[in-house]
Design a protein. Structure first.
Length: 172
């Protein structure tokens, strides 16, 4: 366990402080993704069953008022289904931007080294170059994984909404 933490510390030192922010952002993003997946796979089913039972318990399912009740049920469950998906999508978009910020800060470090020691010292520039490339890579990895997960969540939400609309049929 100590070796694992030392490896993380070394990686963070190599990538710079921006890498810590990217790591925190990816951690929060994946917590939200897991929460949405659990909601879709477990908790939503109970709410859907309750809504279908309430709809089937109604005597009137064909009037204008019944259609409004049906629309309200579908809308409120859709809002719950979407939950934190917009936040997840914003975090996905933020990952590469933070990677770009890491690139800029790393290149500033390279230019500082070049200004102090001259342009020919490759060893002194290596630290800045790694601080420029590692955050970019981490931001892209986080964004790609988040894109796949948010696409799956969006597809699942659309499917669940369609199933809900089919379950709440209008006829008696």
């Amino acid at each position: 366990m100590i070796e694992f933490l030392e490896a993380i510390r070394d990686f963070t030192e190599t990538g710079g402080q921006v890498l810590l922010v990217i790591g925190l952002l990816i951690f929060v993003m994946w917590l939200l993704i897991l929460e949405r997946a659990l909601y879709l796979l477990i908790w939503h089913k109970n709410l859907r069953k309750d809504a279908v039972a309430m709809w089937k318990a109604r005597d009137d399912r064909t009037s204008w008022y019944a259609e409004q009740v049906r629309s309200k049920m579908i809308s409120s469950l859709t809002i719950k289904l979407n939950g934190s998906i917009p936040v997840i999508q914003a975090l996905v978009a933020l990952c590469p931007l933070l990677g770009l910020m890491g690139t800029v800060t790393g290149m500033i470090e390279v230019f500082d080294v070049m200004a102090i020691s001259g342009s020919g010292n490759a060893r002194s520039m290596a630290s800045g170059v790694s601080k420029a490339t590692i955050p970019t890579m981490a931001g892209m990895v986080g964004a790609l994984s988040g894109v796949f997960a948010s696409t799956w969540l969006n597809r699942k939400v659309k499917t669940e909404r369609a199933h809900l609309e089919e379950s709440l049929i209008k006829r008696k």
